[in-house]
Design a protein around this ligand. Structure first.
Ligand code: ARG
Length: 464
């Protein structure tokens, strides 16, 4: 054996005649980011080792040594004392090498019937499962914050918009409840995705399975998986579970981004429907009067980044032949950043939404100015026997007249309203009020405050 050979540290260097170049080492190493999987890697290894022993593949002493060594490594990592080495490429080899330093040959036996290919797939699934559980909790907190504001403002009237033009009056609580629906579907999507994440790759080994008499079901049970991945090639190579997660995450952010856009518009002094607490805003270094909604703006911006991660992973996967390819090492950073972005965004939004300061008088004024009860006048005429199209035409002419006069429909005298439709009587003014309009949409999914309160109660039950 040459000197050069004796110095080799790589777990796989046996067949190589020269060491890997420094540049390549840095290019191929993943330990800088995949060390984040360390505790899940240890968990997977312990379940694997217990199975190896139960199947007669390693001794009780070896298992005890592995458990002892792993306990120490866990401590070292948790206390920030573990020395990560770039030379050792990734989280798996760093931990295995340290284990062997601590417990000798037992550490070298751990990799029996296993490959880093099924190991890394297992680690990501274990890790992602925990992250999904945490994100579902955060989505529930955001929904609770929306519910509490919606409840306080079930009777607060604002203009509802289409095309960003005043359309019909609605309850502000109803508007917020739309986001509760979105975030509730987002949580369902994450939960659905979790079921497909929660399958065990271990046992697939490098790609074809292993010749050792292993018990995959035991490992699956020990790690809380719902079952095993049923094809070894698929188990080590597909990352569809991560892609699916990123798709669900991109939708969460898309919903956050829509809400952000509204917060920004509502907070603009021109609109003035709400204010955000100072602690969520920043000022300008040159314009002393400014208070900027940086948090919703940043969230809107970060949505692009999460959607980008989804596209990264789809693109990463599309050209890969079976089975494992090193391309897959590139799955981690987009996935980690997706989780981090969602985690931070949801946490801050739950707090910010709970602190929204609502300006009901500004909302009411805007609703009163935009002829928002024109549809109600048309509906009133339909109830008096006019075909809807004729009623629509009569009201359109009345609106043009009111606009010329610079007043709302409800400010026109009865006689001038009757010029557009003689069917109009003096009970029309009840239909033209904002409260009358909102209260009349009284069916499930409608904006009547009583329906908004019922929707809030249903959402509360759903959230438990
Ligand atoms: N660091 C690798 C990854 O993240 C682990 C699997 C490596 N397998 C291999 N055959 N090189 O995918």
């Amino acid at each position: 054996m040459t000197d050069q050979f004796a110095k080799k540290t790589e777990a796989w260097s046996g067949r190589f005649s020269e060491p890997v170049s420094e540049l390549v080492k840095r290019y191929t190493a993943s330990v800088g980011f995949d060390q984040r999987l360390a505790l899940h890697d240890i968990r997977g290894s312990l379940a694997h080792a217990a199975m190896l022993h139960a199947c007669g593949l390693i001794s009780a002493d070896d298992l005890a040594a592995i458990e002892r060594g792993m306990a120490q490594i866990r401590d070292e990592i948790e206390q920030g004392r573990f020395v990560w080495q770039l030379d050792l490429e990734d989280v798996h080899l760093n931990i295995e090498k340290r284990l062997t330093e601590l417990v000798g040959d037992a550490g070298k036996r751990l990799h029996t019937a296993r490959s880093r290919n099924d190991q890394v797939a297992t680690d990501i699934r274990l890790w992602l499962r925990d992250q999904i559980d945490a994100l579902v909790v955060l989505l529930a907190e955001l929904q609770r914050a929306l519910l509490s504001v919606a409840e306080r403002h079930a009777d607060t009237i604002m203009p509802g918009f289409t095309h960003l033009q005043v359309a019909q009056p609605i309850s502000f609580g109803h508007h917020l409840m739309a986001y509760v629906e979105m975030f509730s579907r987002d949580a369902q999507r994450l939960t659905d995705c979790r079921a497909r994440v929660n399958r065990l790759p271990l046992g697939a080994a490098a790609l074809a399975g292993t010749s050792y008499p292993i018990d995959r079901e035991q490992v699956a049970r020990a790690l809380g998986f719902d079952g095993v991945c049923e094809n070894s090639l698929d188990a080590v190579s597909d990352r569809d579970f991560a892609i699916e997660f990123c798709a669900a995450a991109a939708l969460v952010m898309t919903h956050v981004s829509r809400l952000s856009e509204e917060l920004v518009i509502w907070m603009s002094p021109r609109v003035g429907f709400i204010d955000l607490p100072d602690r969520f805003c920043t000022g300008s270094s040159i314009m002393p009067q400014k208070k900027n909604p940086d948090v919703p703006e940043l969230a809107r911006g970060k949505t692009g980044r999460v959607t980008g991660h989804l596209v990264s992973l789809l693109t990463l996967m599309k050209g890969q032949p079976l089975a494992y390819n090193k391309d897959n090492q590139e799955d981690k950073e987009p996935l980690f950043d997706t989780v981090d972005t969602l985690e931070q965004t949801l946490r801050i939004f739950a707090e910010m939404v709970a602190g929204i300061e609502v300006r009901p008088e500004r909302m009411r004024q805007a609703a009163a100015e935009g002829f928002s009860t024109a549809t109600d006048l048309a509906d009133y005429l339909v109830r008096r026997g006019l075909p809807f199209r004729d009623a629509h035409e009569a009201v359109a002419r009345a609106v043009r007249h009111a606009a010329d006069q610079g007043v709302d429909l409800s400010a026109l005298p009865l006689a001038s309203l009757q010029r557009f439709a003689p069917e109009i009587a003096d009970d029309v003014f009840a239909a033209l009020t904002l409260e009358g309009s909102v209260g009349s949409r009284n069916h499930i999914g409608g904006t009547a405050p009583v329906q908004v309160r019922a929707a809030i109660a249903r959402a509360r039950t759903r959230l438990g």
